[in-house]
Design a protein around this ligand. Structure first.
Ligand code: GRF
Length: 213
């Protein structure tokens, strides 16, 4: 029997998106999360991985003199797991170009904004301050540009007058738990690829991101 595609998930914190992927794996077994790497020790995501019998490894960025040295160790750990795909799920380190190059086309990230709007941090606050009527999350292939890689898919939510940063954080996380498993399922079924910095879905170049509802 063919082995299912191997996923490595990189985290820095709570790992609720990791949890959504673990549940998808348990329900369908169309992929296997073979390792979870965190740059922070003792985060909830590591506990979630262990509870699901997934191998974990901490590479603590504070213990490395340079970003290059840290990323070299990250690459080493990732390679020991021989993944087909590397999934960033709340991983809060900017990757060096060397690391991105090594895994380009196999590396995706989830970002809480409707990219290209609001790369970087405090995206919910930025959407509120701009008076936006909608907000959302994006999954994109990772390239050397921070939160700048080609977008695969998005999920959207209206912003209401009652919304606060906290309410948006919570609502969006719930939506992300639909978005990320959907994109990962396309990925492991071979429906997505990155070519010349463009996304192809079922062999057709995407002109706009797919919308997940
Ligand atoms: C998510 O909102 C994701 O978009 C962002 O970081 C958050 C991670 O949350 N990149 P969790 O650790 O998966 O709960």
């Amino acid at each position: 029997m063919n082995q299912p595609p191997r996923l490595v998930v990189l985290i820095s914190g709570a790992g609720s998106n990791l949890q959504a992927l673990i549940e998808q794996q348990q329900a369908h077994q169309t992929f296997e999360i073979v390792g979870v790497l965190s740059n922070r020790p003792q985060v909830q995501g590591l506990t979630r991985a262990s509870a699901a019998n997934i191998a974990t490894q901490v590479v603590d960025h504070t213990q490395y003199p340079t970003r290059e040295a840290f990323d070299a160790e990250v690459a080493k750990v990732i390679n020991t797991w021989q993944p087909d795909w590397i999934i960033l799920a709340g991983y809060m380190r900017i990757m060096t170009p060397q690391l991105v190059q090594q895994f380009k086309g196999k590396l995706i990230n989830i970002h809480p904004s409707l990219l290209p709007k609001y790369p970087g941090l405090r995206t919910h606050q930025k959407a509120l301050e701009a008076g936006d009527h909608e907000h959302g999350s994006s999954v994109h292939f990772v390239t050397e540009e921070l939160d700048g890689g080609p977008v695969i898919a998005q999920i959207k939510t209206p912003i209401t007058a009652q919304d606060t940063e906290q309410s948006l954080v919570e609502r969006l996380k719930t939506l992300e738990h639909r978005l990320y498993p959907q994109v990962v399922s396309w990925l492991v079924q071979g429906q997505l690829r990155l070519q010349h910095d463009n996304v192809y879905f079922n062999d057709k170049e995407l002109s706009t991101p797919l919308i997940v509802t």
